[in-house]
Design a protein around this ligand. Structure first.
Ligand SMILES: Cc1cc2nc3c(=O)[nH]c(=O)nc-3n(C[C@H](O)[C@H](O)[C@H](O)COP(=O)(O)O)c2cc1C
Length: 404
């Protein structure tokens, strides 16, 4: 019951979804939390402060300059609050939070926050997709002080559909509960691989795949939030490094193998777990041309050779020992049954503890995913959700395995 007796500052900003913040307040109260409501002046155009003061029993503050309050309101609110929610979070408040502005009560309180700050963006899909918004989102991820839940795909106020709809109130409260939960991976040394590998043909061309790295980066970020000591071995990707994570950039499968070996040590004693989320190229060109292959020379033949299977190598070296825990991914095309059957085969062939089965079309390049967790004695479906939530489901299974 991580929310019981916790105090949550609930900041409401000016989106049509502001009325859903009332439901969030109700859920927080139902979970045993105290709620301190605050609203931007735009938010009051959508929903009145009286609703929030009425259901929370606390004054709903709008004005940082309220003369009836003796002291500094933003300092007082942030000192009382164990966590802060921004629900809904407008495009504009994301920009202000990314910049570190403090010219209203919501942003000043967020800058002063002692505990986690969780924002639930809600906006038109084109506003969310805009490069300026995405840059602000990346900046917030880089700073690591404000985390986001959603937005999700679905209908928005205009009647259109897309990613921009606010996450469900229950999911927002669940995510806050997770952020306030004790760190179940504290001290666990975790190596995560992510992204594609690029296998050079010549100085300008490579053999690669469509992996974005988002799943592995989400696992690294979630594991760090749960207290793990994370080394992220990343293939070529432009994703921002999650806060607190040690990142090692590689290009090829051989470089990734070397980086994993270096992180885990020859005797594998350097890590408690390896999560191999990278889409390592199975084949590489047998040789790399020194200069750019010229178009005029005819169609070149590019003989391929097999790359090492990194996790199978670690699995073989571990043998029958219980540690480190090993998690592999099976990214396949085909029906769900075929993909799960393939994952089960991989579990035995690679001598790993858990295989995450997912379909290429469900995962590659997407912000969400749908997976099946396959272990020797069970298979558990994780329904479609954003990759951060899927990452947490994977880490729940890993934490169970580590406790055994
Ligand atoms: C009818 C209406 C609906 C709006 N809905 C949204 C929205 O869903 N998301 C958003 O980011 N901005 C929305 N806006 C724009 C914000 O209200 C505006 O950017 C405002 O300055 C945000 O202020 P705040 O972040 O201080 O609350 C809407 C504006 C209007 C007039």
């Amino acid at each position: 019951m991580p929310l019981r007796d916790k105090t949550v500052a609930l900041a409401v900003t000016g989106s049509i979804a502001a009325y859903k913040a009332v439901e969030v307040a109700r859920l927080l109260l139902g979970a045993g939390a105290r709620v301190l409501p605050l609203l931007t002046s735009s938010a009051t155009r959508f929903v009145g402060p009286v609703v929030f003061s009425g259901i929370t029993g606390e004054p709903a503050h709008v004005d940082m300059w309220d003369p009836s309050f003796a002291g500094e309101l933003h300092v007082s609110l942030s000192a009382r609050a164990d966590a802060m929610l921004v629900v809904p979070a407008t495009c504009d408040v994301l920009a202000r939070l990314a910049q570190g502005r403090a010219d209203d009560l919501v942003t000043a309180t967020a800058l002063c926050a002692r505990g986690p700050v969780l924002a639930a963006p809600a906006m038109h899909p084109r506003m969310w997709a805009h490069p300026a918004t995405q840059r602000n989102v990346e900046e917030l991820a880089r700073q690591g002080r404000v985390s986001l839940v959603g937005p999700v795909f679905g209908p928005v106020a205009s009647g259109e559909e897309g990613v921009g709809r606010m996450a469900d109130p229950a999911d927002i409260v669940a995510e806050l509960a997770r952020l306030l939960a004790p760190s179940d991976l504290a001290g666990v040394r975790l190596v995560v691989t992510a992204g594609p590998t690029h296998e050079p043909i010549d100085p300008v061309r490579f053999v690669g795949n469509r992996s974005s790295g988002k799943m592995g980066f989400a696992i690294a970020a979630a594991a760090r939030a749960r207290g793990a000591d994370v080394t992220l071995v990343a293939g070529p990707t432009a994703l921002a490094t999650p806060s607190g994570v040690t990142r090692v950039d590689v290009e090829t499968a051989l470089e990734m193998q070397a980086a994993v070996d270096a992180a885990m040590g020859a005797d594998l004693a350097g890590a408690d777990a390896l999560v191999m989320a990278a889409a390592v190229a199975d084949f590489r060109p047998a040789s790399r041309a020194q200069g750019k292959i010229k178009k005029g020379g005819g169609v070149p033949e590019v003989p391929l050779v097999a790359n090492p299977d990194i996790i199978a190598g670690v699995g073989a070296r571990r043998g029958g020992a219980p540690a480190p825990a090993l998690v592999a991914f099976a990214l396949e095309t085909g029906s769900d049954e075929e993909i799960v059957a393939y994952a089960r085969g991989k579990l035995a062939a690679k001598k790993v503890d858990l295989v995450i089965a997912n379909a290429a079309g469900d995962s590659l390049g997407r912000d969400d995913n749908r997976v099946v967790l396959v272990t020797a004695d069970a298979q558990t479906a994780v329904p479609r959700a954003d990759k951060r939530r899927v990452a947490d489901a994977i880490l729940d299974a890993l934490a169970r395995r580590l406790r055994r």
